[in-house]
Design a protein around this ligand. Sequence first.
Ligand code: NAD
Length: 355
Amino acid sequence: MIKVETPDYPIYFGVEGYASLGAYINEKQYSKLLILTDSTCNELCLPHFLAHLPTTVPFEIVEIEPGETAKNLTTCEGVWAAMLELGLDRYSAVITVGGGVVSDLGGFVASVYMRGIDCFIVPTTLLAMVDASIGGKTGVDLDAAKNCIGSFAMPKMVVVDAQYLETLEPRELKSGYAEMLKHGLIYDESYFNHLKDIAQVDFGDIETLIYHAVSIKSQIVQEDPQEQGLRKILNFGHSVGHAVESYYLTNPNKERMLHGEAIAIGMVIESYISTVILGLNQTIYQGIKESIQYIYGKQIFSNSEVEEILTWLKFDKKNRAGEIRMVLLSKIGVASYDVEVTKELITKGFEDYLK
Ligand code: NAD
């Protein structure tokens, strides 16, 4: 069976992973399991999950609303109240079956319930498989400020089963693909080169592509689990990306913007800034921009929208003493963190993105 071993927990790939999950749970003799999911995954993913999990431990299922707008403390409160009501104690555990919203929220809920109980993650979106389920960052948004409340809490195990992707909308698949491109841009040029021309990518072998992304992320997290330094590079594209995402969350009249789509915009703009501050080669930048805009298209932003997006940058967790700090690239595969960037340069980045 394919497996990535990290110091804190194993990541299993394929349906065989459920045997390991079942064995772990049975051996631990948890008093009860909470399976946390959202309403879409409850219908589309839970039947497959339950059919494959060999466990005799009693379980309860709690579902939340799907999507980013449910990733908040009000939803957490509802889940905690349900856990109490359903009799989950300190010897219980949570299994999240869903995308990044379910794993981020479920991981956080578990990390503070009765001062912390075990959590297992079964990601069902590409984004959660290649990124959100790995590395123990949990959390929820505070109003539209992304991931403002949260904890570092490593799961006990992750089972990546690509079969779930069969029901995932193509747009959601592309959203996850953005984080794979990011892993390549910050850490592995050959992986980025393999992915950059999406028309040439063999999706019949998606498990191998996912495995590669998971290996990159796990390696980075292992070196710096608490994000004191190197791990920050995983936030490439996320300073601008999160600001764009927050802007869309607070403007419900605008069409929905998925996490990966916002990060894709952020990666283009932060690559432009990289040319100015770190000397990223212009031709390389144009190549990154072309690849990303080919996959995700180009969003149109008016000047006033850009101004409003810039106001969201102040909530970025990488900032220090009011200064905007970003992850930038000097080359594909080589990223620097904590680079100070002005709002003027970010505005120029938007101008170039729109050209
Ligand atoms: P999501 O969890 O909202 O899932 C996207 C949509 O797909 C939802 O509507 C969901 O119901 C549906 N869905 C899930 N699995 C499905 C399946 N198999 N078939 C059909 N539909 C399915 O979003 P996401 O893109 O998975 O995750 C985005 C979140 O992840 C963001 O909140 C982001 O901040 C977070 N994130 C966290 C980390 C981390 O390190 N913790 C890293 C990257 C992103």
